[in-house]
Design a protein. Structure first.
Length: 271
């Protein structure tokens, strides 16, 4: 009772899953991914064990079709399962069990698998696939979300909306480089979960993506004095302490040589 897309980025460096459903906390059940290994979505009567098993098979060198075959042959509930996966090379495979609630189906191609069950109709998967293919050149997470939004616009889950999630992995992309999780955002219960997911993606970009060099604004003596006065007014000993408290470290230089214009706008809006 869910629709999702599993994909590898055009540059072959990222893997991801985006999903939405009339189901509480779909992000806790459906997606899994490991950089330089692959990604999977397990849904319908989801077998969450598929996540670890599939990624293990892929890590051992199995292709997506081989990994999928192994999952299904070991599962007596295969007729009730739906699954899509993409391997390290971008080869995709998917399965829609014959007992999945109508409408149910999937589509695969180089670097992607799109699948859904209990949908308004086949137009949902078709719209997602078309939007994914037309989105070449978009940032990877944006492309995943655009495909999901197209599926929702085509009718989505015929029961309604409740939750959505996006997971993206890339080597060394995690917080402070500590793991491979570039993005892991979940909307567990919301009347418009994909719209809320888009809002959260905007916040993720603000807080956790470094400012492009071309967008960095040099901090001269006058601006440094303004920032210091602002920090004092906010009850902080200096501006960099305020930055740390507000989680804007990716948007301000450690030596305060530059500042992101968006952060400066926030400062001036609060002053």
């Amino acid at each position: 009772m869910t629709f999702s897309i599993v994909a590898r980025s055009d540059d072959g460096e990222s893997w991801g899953v985006a999903v939405a459903s009339k189901f509480l906390g779909v992000g806790s059940a459906v997606p899994a991914a490991v950089a330089q290994v692959g990604a999977i979505a397990t849904q319908a009567a989801a077998n969450v064990a598929y996540k670890g098993l599939a990624l293990s098979h892929l890590d051992e060198g199995a292709t997506a079709p081989v990994a999928l075959e192994r999952l299904l042959e070991e599962d007596d509930g295969r007729d009730h399962r739906q699954v899509g996966l993409v391997d390290v090379e971008g080869t995709a495979a998917a399965h829609t069990g014959q007992a999945c609630i109508d409408w149910a189906g999937h589509a695969t191609g180089a670097d992607y698998a799109v699948q859904g069950n209990c949908l308004a109709g086949p137009d949902v998967v078709a719209a997602m696939e078309r939007t994914w293919l037309e989105g070449e050149g978009l940032p990877f997470a944006e492309r995943l979300l655009a495909a999901m939004e197209a599926g929702e616009a085509a009718g989505g889950d015929k029961r309604g909306r409740q939750s959505a999630a996006i997971l993206v992995v890339r080597d060394g992309a995690g917080y402070d480089g500590g793991d491979d999780v570039a993005m892991d955002l979940r909307v567990d219960d919301h009347p418009d979960p994909l719209a809320e997911l888009r809002r959260l993606m905007g916040l993720h970009e603000l807080y956790l993506v470094a400012t492009d060099e071309a967008d960095r604004m040099r901090v001269d003596d006058a601006l440094a004095a303004e920032l210091a006065a602002f920090a004092t007014a906010q009850g902080q000993p200096d501006f960099l302490t305020w930055v740390g408290c507000e989680n804007y470290e990716m948007r301000v230089a450690e030596d305060l040589a530059w500042i992101d214009p968006r952060v400066l706008a926030i400062v001036r809006g609060r002053a």
